[in-house]
Structures are given as C-alpha cells and as structure tokens.
Design a protein around this ligand. Structure first.
Ligand code: ZN
Length: 287
C-alpha cells in the first residue's frame, strides 16, 4: 500500500465531517415547504401533474437566487452524507483489517497496553512528543526513523510499540515489530533448517511500511546476522522506509557492537533520542 498517495479512511471521514459541519452552519434553518418563498415571498404552488389521481403533487420551489442556492447546498449536503456513509464503512473495514494486522505485526499481546495513553508523558516529555509526532505524521514520512537509546526501563519499547500500534490503526500500515535477540535466534535456526520462515521474516523486515527492532545490540551479532541486518537496513535505506530502533546502548557503544555498514546507515536515517532516568518499570515501587 502506498502511504503517500492513499488518504486513510480515517482522514477522509474527518474531512467529510468537517465539510458537513461547515455546510450545515451555512444553510439557514427554515422551512421551505410553504405556500410562499421564505426568502422573497413569491408564491410556491403545489403542482399536481395528474388531476383526480392520488398523486399529492410537488411544491414548485421559487426560482429566486436564495432559494436556488439553498436547494444546491442541500443537494451537496445529501451527497456529502452519502460519501460519509461510505467512508465510515471503509473505516470500519480498515479497523477490522488493522486488528488483524496488529495481531500479525509482532507487536503482540505483550504490548497491547503500550499505547500513548498509557505512557506518562511527564516522565519523558521530549521523547514522548517526538514519538507521538512521528506516529501522527507517518503518512508524510520520508524514511527518517527514530533510535531510542538509554537506560533500561525508561519506556523505549513502550514508545516504539505505541508508535507501531498507532500507525497500524490509523494508517493501516504494515508493521514488523521484532526483538533483535529473537531475530538472531529464530532466523539462524530457520536458515539452518532450510525453513521458509527465515526468508519470509527477512522479506517482511525489508518491506514493512515500518520496521521496529527492539533491543538492538543486546547480543553481539555473528557474521551471519550482520549480513542479514545489512541486507534489511540497506534495502530500507534505499527505499526510504523508516525504522524505529530501541537499544540500551548509546550510539558510541552501538558503533562497537554492530557492523559498521549497518551502524552508519542506521544513524544516517534515524533521529537519536536519548532516554535517561529511573527505571520506568520500577516506578510503582518507588516513593
Ligand atoms: Zn424566492
């Protein structure tokens, strides 16, 4: 799906609702079904085409500009309402589809509550605002991603998952959310078993509208996984597809833990956001 040319049903619905609300405000609240025109007082007879039948006839509305304008506006309003109905159906369909995508994305059950609503903004206001801004303007994204680095438990994964959740729901984008450690283990096992799964995972990582890699650098990569990540990162770099990375390591340490070609591309296309502070997961136990 081409994010840049397709207007999401959500945006279309909101736009139509705005147009409808504007047009409703501009239409005067009057009863036009009167014997005289409410604008200019000219007579508005009821035309009965077949006298003697049960046909109740139609009122002949006035020809004056105000009445014609009123009728035009009403016609437009009916059309917009029809379009709105279709947009709502599309949005509903998209929501169901997004739920399915969400289940398949790997954001997983673990992150079901990892939305922006559940993140206390005041703990990490800057990181929160950047993350939210990224998610909200995702359809205009030109390949720039985010790299959240910093201490354990500052909410890096939470923000990454919140972004993923928001753009799946709002933009029906395809998201691949992977744990770095799991990819290393899974894909290696799959490749050595000649399983198709490894190729499929790599394919999804290359092509998803958004790729999230959680806990980058946790394990030292082997030459094999370096190769894999290089292929993925390089394709995404060239295709301007954004990535969100979280890592407990700072940029400096990451440069030592990753292959240089991978590292240099990542920092070229990801905005680095440092998150320092007390363990977010521990906050409930602290006074
Ligand atoms: Zn009139």
């Amino acid at each position: 799906m081409d994010m840049k040319t397709t207007r999401a049903p959500y945006q279309q619905r909101v736009k139509l609702e705005e147009e409808i609300s504007t047009i409703i405000k501009s239409i005067p609240e009057i009863d036009i079904n009167q014997p005289v025109c409410p604008f200019c007082n000219a007579p508005q007879p009821i035309i009965i085409p077949n006298a003697g039948t049960n046909d109740h006839g139609l009122r002949k509305y006035c020809d004056c500009m105000e009445m014609q304008d009123y009728l035009k506006q009403n016609h437009k309003l009916r059309e917009l309402k029809e379009q709105l109905k279709i947009a709502q159906q599309r949005e509903d369909f998209q929501r169901k589809w997004a739920e399915k995508m969400f289940e398949e994305s790997g954001v997983g059950k673990r992150f079901l509550t990892a939305s922006f609503e559940y993140f206390e903004r005041q703990r990490m206001p800057k990181a929160y605002d950047i993350a939210l801004g990224f998610a909200e303007s995702f359809d205009k994204n030109d390949g720039e991603g985010l790299l959240f680095t910093g201490d354990v438990g500052t909410g890096k994964t939470h923000l990454a998952a919140a972004i993923a959740t928001k753009i799946i729901r709002k933009n029906s984008a395809t998201v691949e959310f992977v744990s770095y450690t799991e990819v290393l283990t899974d894909i290696k096992a799959a490749f050595s078993n000649h399983s198709e799964e490894a190729y499929l995972l790599e394919e999804r990582m290359r092509k998803a509208d958004l790729l999230v890699i959680d806990d980058l650098g946790k394990e030292k990569p082997s030459p094999f996984t370096n190769e894999l990540f290089y292929r993925v990162v390089n394709v995404r770099y060239k295709d301007k597809l954004p990535m969100i990375i979280t890592s407990n390591y700072g940029v400096e340490s990451l440069s030592e833990r990753l292959n240089y070609s991978v590292f240099s591309r990542l920092v070229a296309i990801c905005r680095v956001i440092e998150m320092r502070g007390i363990d977010y997961r521990m906050k409930d136990y602290l006074c």
